[in-house]
Design a protein around this ligand. Structure first.
Ligand code: FES
Length: 365
């Protein structure tokens, strides 16, 4: 019979002294020696490591821990040895501190992983699944509990409480609606028109000017087929809000290159202007392949055929780049005879209404 007091450690000359870092005698029985014994009795779902491999893993892990020890000592030594009086000295200090700490942590982690994977037994775990729905008795119990709670609350017997509770809850439901106001004012018809519309400028038809320099463009001077020019409305060169919709690209095409999709009445001597705002999500479509007359949007590679009304021939854009009606004023400078026939840029909720409105007005130009 064992005395319970045997579990209590007492100073005793007959008990060997423990070395720091070794487990107590009680724990020692659960280490590898014991595991080897368990392996003899095969336990379903538990795979004991091969003793030879386990010993090898043990040596590797121990080696890693040794590196950790040395690296930690190296860290302390670096901290003492390398002072940070100058920039070079600080760099050396940082390098040695970071290097030794990284090596210490890496070797510690490696040792632990090798220990767990190579020395410890492996378990095959099976997670049993159970039906998600509650069974009938549970449902009945929940239902009864709810009804009991409702009865005990006295919600039907205390109309004052019931009504004030409903009163308190009503504005809470409205809070999300109030927050919707923070979405800002509605755009109304701002997305439907650009500043090219003469109505916005008191009937004046705006000149096209070169983006950046503000120079007006004489039609006779823009005669090099294959070129592309980025232009903006005169008077709005620095109005970023207006330019976000009104910037256009100007091209010069040969008559024999034109296809049916282009509106020739809105061209002037082979010069055509398209909106620069991509109809996908609004990037500037300003890359141009001279040989194919393809306008490219760099964002998602939508490609438009400049000779065919900027029809989409590739990419995610769903609509052509709108064409701007062009003409010349009395001095021979290029002007916009009207606004774009449809809203420029990407889709928006009321876009269908906007196009219908333009159609009802009979278009432009
Ligand atoms: S914005 Fe032009 S392709 Fe997407």
């Amino acid at each position: 019979m064992t005395d319970n007091n045997d579990d209590i450690e007492r100073p005793d000359e007959r008990v060997p002294k423990r070395v720091i870092g070794t487990p107590s005698a009680a724990v020692e029985t659960t280490l590898l020696g014991e595991q080897e014994k368990v392996e003899e009795v095969a336990v379903p779902g538990v795979k004991m490591p091969d003793p030879q491999q386990a010993r090898r893993a043990e040596r590797i892990a121990a080696f890693c821990f040794l590196i950790t020890f040395l690296s930690a000592i190296g860290f302390i030594a670096s901290y003492v040895a390398f002072q940070v009086h100058t920039l070079d000295a600080t760099q050396i200090s940082n390098l040695s501190l970071g290097g030794t700490l990284a090596l210490a942590l890496l070797s510690l982690a490696t040792g632990l992983v090798v220990w767990v994977r190579g020395v410890m037994p492996k378990y095959s775990l099976v997670q049993e699944r159970h039906p998600m729905a509650s069974d009938a008795p549970t449902k009945d119990y929940v239902s009864e509990t709810f009804i009991q709670g409702a009865n005990e609350s006295g919600i039907t017997k205390h109309p004052l409480l019931r009504r004030t509770l409903l009163l308190a809850a009503a504005p809470l439901g409205l809070l999300p609606l109030v927050l919707l106001k923070d979405l800002g004012p509605l755009p109304e018809t701002k997305l439907r028109h650009t500043v090219w519309d003469p109505k916005i400028n008191g009937g004046k038809q705006l000149r096209l000017v070169v983006e950046g320099t503000g120079e007006p463009i004489r039609a006779a001077d823009f005669n090099s087929p294959g070129g592309l020019l980025s232009v903006v409305p005169e008077g709005y060169e620095h109005d970023l809000t207006a330019l976000a919709k009104a910037t256009v690209i100007l091209l010069n095409l040969r008559p024999e290159e034109l296809k049916s999709g282009i509106n020739r009445n809105w061209m002037h001597n082979g010069i055509v202007a398209y909106s620069k705002i991509c109809t996908h999500v609004g990037c500037p479509a300003a890359l141009y392949e001279q040989t194919t007359h393809h306008i490219l949007c760099p964002c998602h590679q939508s490609t438009f055929d400049a000779t065919d009304g900027a029809r989409v021939i590739f990419g995610p854009a769903a609509r052509p780049l709108p064409q701007l009606p062009l003409g010349v004023d009395s001095e021979g400078y290029l002007i916009a005879k009207g606004d774009f026939p449809v809203p420029v840029g990407p889709s928006f909720w009321e876009r269908g209404d906007a196009e219908a409105e333009v159609r009802n007005q009979g278009g432009h130009a």
